[in-house]
Design a protein. Structure first.
Length: 406
């Protein structure tokens, strides 16, 4: 009999935070099992909500300030000072350069900038931090971290000695990087970047080609941006004498190449879940559950490559726990999540609907889908003579249309 649930979702971009998604799933569980024991474990992957979640978990605090947003305007943002003994600051790139901060009419990854990320790092150093954790995810930029380096004191110069304007598109004109003005405190600061190690800067699987279209790039812009980022990596490697591979190194493509830019300054690029999830005792909490429920905006061929549901399933399977995954859409290759430990998956969409409507109704749809899925599980349990089945039978939506919550 199912009595204990671990609810461990990611957020649904532009619709639900991870916390809101967890509450929506819990509401669906309670419709079926009012007395269930539910452990809410909203998960962050370095993207939106990371700074707040880690501040809360560590007894730290958010530090509000204003910085340069992805389209160049000044915006309200924040970083976190954790309550640990190391004096760690968390800079969440999505809080200052995230896709949600770029109006739909201004989505041009060749023009948006990570300048504000560098400003947040500087502000963290001003606050006394000597360890900085940068969360990568949900980015609205593809400038290779160029803006962040400029904010930290580097000068990016063209052949005439003029400073380059913001954005990855301008990197094709880069002639040299003058690092003499870099903030000297960086040499004494440990910077760790929590990133998806599958994301690389260059090549056919480089960030321009994989994520550029999602950020508003046309096919022509994608190729221009890919070439500009390859040039950026070459000049950075030469002028900063970088010993690692900025083009194809693991994590160098994180957040539109921010990983590569920070790696050039000596930052450590680390698998995000190793850095983030171990702080919340995830493994122990999954082990106590009868059923693990995870969720994110879309399940597709990219999910096994470092997305929250895949990591939750992998860890749950270490304790032989069944996993149900819910998603706004089931895209191409969604079935591959079975290979990483997801026993059943379902779309939260009961019927096709307008994207704007789906985004606005994300919580309602997720609650309803949870209820439907659990009633199916209950039916399977009865048919098996009251014994829980392993694995839980696949629960799949008959529609896999891309016009839903992401």
């Amino acid at each position: 009999m199912l009595t204990r649930f671990a609810v461990a979702p990611s957020g649904f971009k532009e619709s639900l935070s991870a916390e809101a998604a967890a509450e929506a799933i819990a509401a669906g569980v309670r419709r079926v099992l009012p007395d269930a024991e539910i452990d809410l474990i909203p998960l962050v992957d370095g993207g939106e909500g990371t700074a707040r979640a880690l501040a809360t978990a560590s007894g730290g605090r958010l530090v509000p300030l204003r910085a340069t947003g992805p389209t160049g305007e000044r915006i309200g943002t924040h970083f976190a000072l954790l309550g640990d003994a190391e004096g760690t600051a968390v800079v969440e790139m999505a809080a200052v350069a995230g896709l949600s901060l770029v109006p739909r009419g201004l989505r041009d990854p060749g023009a948006t900038t990570t300048y504000g990320v560098g400003e947040l790092i500087r502000a963290a150093l001003d606050a006394g931090a000597r360890h900085v954790l940068v969360g990568c995810g949900d980015s609205g930029t593809s400038d290779g971290g160029a803006g962040a380096l400029q904010a930290l004191g580097a000068r990016l110069l063209d052949a005439d000695g003029e400073e380059l304007p913001p954005g990855g598109g301008a990197l094709s004109r880069l002639d040299r990087v003058d690092a003499t003005g870099l903030d000297p405190r960086l040499a004494e600061t440990r910077i760790r970047v929590a990133c998806n190690p599958y994301n690389v800067l260059c090549g056919e699987r480089g960030v321009a080609r994989v994520f550029g279209p999602q950020k508003g790039a046309t096919p022509e812009q994608v190729e221009q941006l890919a070439a500009a980022l390859e040039h950026w990596a070459a000049v950075l490697t030469r002028d900063l004498k970088v010993p690692t591979d900025l083009c194809h190194g693991r994590g160098t493509g994180a957040s539109g190449g921010l990983g590569a830019g920070l790696a050039a300054l000596g930052a450590e690029l680390l698998p995000r879940f190793e850095v983030l999830l171990d702080r919340i005792g995830l493994d122990e909490r999954l082990a106590r559950a009868d059923l693990v429920i995870t969720a994110e905006g879309a399940l597709d061929h990219q999910t096994p490559r470092g997305k929250v549901p895949a990591e939750v399933a992998r860890r749950a399977k270490l304790h032989d726990r069944p996993v149900l995954a819910l998603a706004g859409t089931l895209g191409e290759g969604a079935h591959r999540v079975r290979s990483v430990g997801v026993d059943a998956y379902a779309s939260i969409m009961p019927a096709p609907m307008d994207l704007t409507e789906a985004l606005g109704r994300g919580g309602e749809l997720l609650t309803d889908a949870t209820e439907r899925a659990l009633r199916m599980v209950q039916l399977g349990t009865r048919l098996s003579g009251g014994r829980p089945q392993e694995p839980v039978g696949a629960v799949r939506s008959g529609t896999q249309r891309p016009s839903s919550v992401r």
